[in-house]
Design a protein around this ligand. Sequence first.
Ligand SMILES: Nc1ncnc2c1ncn2[C@@H]1O[C@H](COP(=O)(O)OP(=O)(O)O)[C@@H](O)[C@H]1O
Ligand SMILES: [Mg+2]
Length: 281
Amino acid sequence: MMENNMAQATMGAKLDALPNKPGGGPAASGGIKLSSRDVRVFYGDNEALHGVSMDVMANEVVAFIGPSGCGKSTFLRCFNRMNDTVAGARVTGQITLDGRDIHDHAIDVVQLRAQVGMVFQKPNPFPKPIYENVAYGPRLHGLTSSKSELDQIVESSLRRAGLWEEVKDRLDAPGTGLSGGQQQRLCIARAIAVSPDVILMDEPCSALDPIATAKIEELIHELKENYTIIIVTHNMQQAARVSDRTAFFHLGDLIELGTTSQIFTTPKQQRTEDYVTGRYG
Ligand SMILES: Nc1ncnc2c1ncn2[C@@H]1O[C@H](COP(=O)(O)OP(=O)(O)O)[C@@H](O)[C@H]1O
Ligand SMILES: [Mg+2]
């Protein structure tokens, strides 16, 4: 039932509204998109994340910052249940997407991961043509009924990812032959192709040069119109440039969450201040 509704919602969004606001149904406009309550993550007996509660609003960009090993990636992976795929990992607490518990047994995890897409640190296009990289998800999810519809999704996804002009004449070339920055935009196009609501990005620029990084940051600005974005970054200037709110993590705790300007100019917690002023980390 819920799976059907989700599939229909995704399809409807894609078919009717891809050029405008994919995945942006009524629940997506302005309200709470994601919420976590007392989320803990254990790797074996080791508790790596100590009860994190926060809300993420629709169409905002939230940055996760903090020293290496503080649990940013671990927490990020909770939002699309990627920790399910990590051997020995166990998640407790509650996470909701549009008010629905993502751990509910009725949730289809494949569908969830389409709705909450992910972009990783190292661009990881499939060893397939550019076209196929983007077409893969819509095919898998049965989102199209004709080749022309699929062509249209591939084009609009590549356009949204700011890559179309660079690749439109070589869609049959392998995705792995692109530059690092182009590969990362291809991965963003691949995520967009299945009409997500949320895009999770785990240090998406740390393998890129400054020009490619600037392009991705520009893209994030454009994408937030249609998507909710959480970005993990070790680069505080990047967090300051791209995010509306920033969450500072330390040793598995969420220490402080606030508007990005507040976190960087008037942090309330000493540990946040120490970190953002470069005193450690
Ligand atoms: N697959 C794993 N198995 C065991 N421990 C892990 C695993 N992934 C992360 N950890 C541990 O969890 C803690 C948080 O890691 P992580 O979420 O990767 O931090 P960050 O992304 O902030 O650098 C670290 O102590 C790390 O060693
Ligand atoms: Mg990490």
